[in-house]
Design a protein around this ligand. Sequence first.
Ligand code: AMP
Ligand code: DBH
Length: 542
Amino acid sequence: MKPITQIWPDDLVATYRAAGYWTGETFPALLRDRAARFAANTAVRTSDVSWTYAELDRRAHRFASGLMAQGFVPGDRVLVQMSNVPEYMSAIFGLFYAGLIPVFALPAHRRLELDHLARGSEAKAILTESRIAGFDHAHLAQSLVEDLPGLSAALICEAGMAGEGLTALEAEQGDLPPDPNPQSVAFLQISGGSTGLSKLIPRTHDDYIYSVRESVTICGMDERSVFLAVLPISHNFTMSSPGVLGAIYAGATTALAPDPRPETGFRIIKEQGVTITGLVPPLAVKWIEAAERLRPDIPTLEVLLVGGAKFLSESATRVRPVLGCTLQQVFGMAEGLVNYTRLDDPEEIIVTTQGRPISPADEILIVDDADQPVPEGAAGNLLTRGPYTIRAYHDAPEANAKSFTPDGFYRTGDVVRRLPSGHLEVQGRATDHINRAGEKISAEEVEDHLIAHPAVLDAVVVSMPDHQLGERICAFVLPVGGQTLRAVELRKFIREREIAAFKVPDEIRLVDSLGITAVGKINRRALRTTLRNEYLDEEAQA
Ligand code: AMP
Ligand code: DBH
């Protein structure tokens, strides 16, 4: 097995420790400590489950013991594909207690993505639910175990068992391994990916817990808070900004939304006294529109975080008057850097910016395409380095050479402008991914799927503005000469490739030419821009 590491230069490690950013806390120690301090507080609550911290600790311990009894040893990687169910919380802490390394997949992922993540992380097992949103994940997990030599077990959480879905995998609480080194990798997050398939993001106990701890303070959470997880629970936003791990850090309660509809959200907020939640912009707009109609009774809601994609100020200004809570914009990335507007920022800043970094040690560079700083206040490429931003993806030398500068700055791919107050305004991005309602999709990955069709000579995938989603996926497809090809047929072909549904193009345009002969791989970037602009001009004239 390739070791999974994340290494900062020695002098920075010393600085981050001395400054108190890295405190040596680890995830297993965190839950143990909270279970001792807040034993009787409610950790997780849904309509049919209510677990105290003591109960969550007990369940995590039993699950860890079950994993150890099955022969898993510290350092083994486990692909986790779960939805917003209470068992998710006992599962991930059970993995931490057993010293295993979770690899976080999304519920929307299908065979192709799971295969890629399992191989890349050398996962020994996949942990999933028997069904999520009607899809048979148990079957898929079993067939991956059959096909992948290193993947030896499908661990299935039975769906709809009122919190008892993992019971069959548990064992009597036995001894657990010693706590890990805080600088070791706690888990692998996944990148939205601008080139090809997702990359693996190793996050350490020290670095991640720092970002979670500061997020708790910045978002005003404490043990009386009730956090509602609406977006997929394993997404970095829902996990850490301040998310379900922030709730654990604070000794607060996590409530779980089975679906993201505003009606569901409003009901749970009322029933559970939710104080804080997070949404992507298109959902936030839906919630605002629904609230105008339904006038929900949600006085406990204090903070609504919105992030994952740009939240337009026209919508942002409606949050406080309509939902009666403070908007907190959050601009983050699974690779690290997270920016928040502060709860006491002037309303003007809250509605027009995407916040400022968590840490005084977050270094921000805004540069032109030659990596030279742009004048203060001008838009440029955002590069960053700091106490919770990774230095490298796992086992990806080529991607690392592109995504990091020689002195360790991460190239975010985002184009931003900085205000004198330090707040950032996201202007757009320099890389070719599509941000479809907060889901990041690599243009190149979708192009590769299209080109795999025998009647497709070439394809170019671009983002198009979309009133509801923010952006949608548009594919320009050049058929092989003389072949007839229909968009519906191609769409069906893509679906059958067993990829996440959010990657299937929303629009397929068959063209006679892609504008340039012999496209090759030389300048697809320029081609994407040209095609997109031509299309937008045509639309504007129509
Ligand atoms: P990922 O690398 O998949 O975690 O996605 C992170 C990316 O999402 C960022 O680099 C931005 O492109 C985008 N993003 C996240 N939050 C915001 C936001 N509030 N406004 C604009 N873009 C955002
Ligand atoms: O989009 C993201 O990846 C994101 C958004 C908000 C994120 O990782 C985060 C907050 O932590």
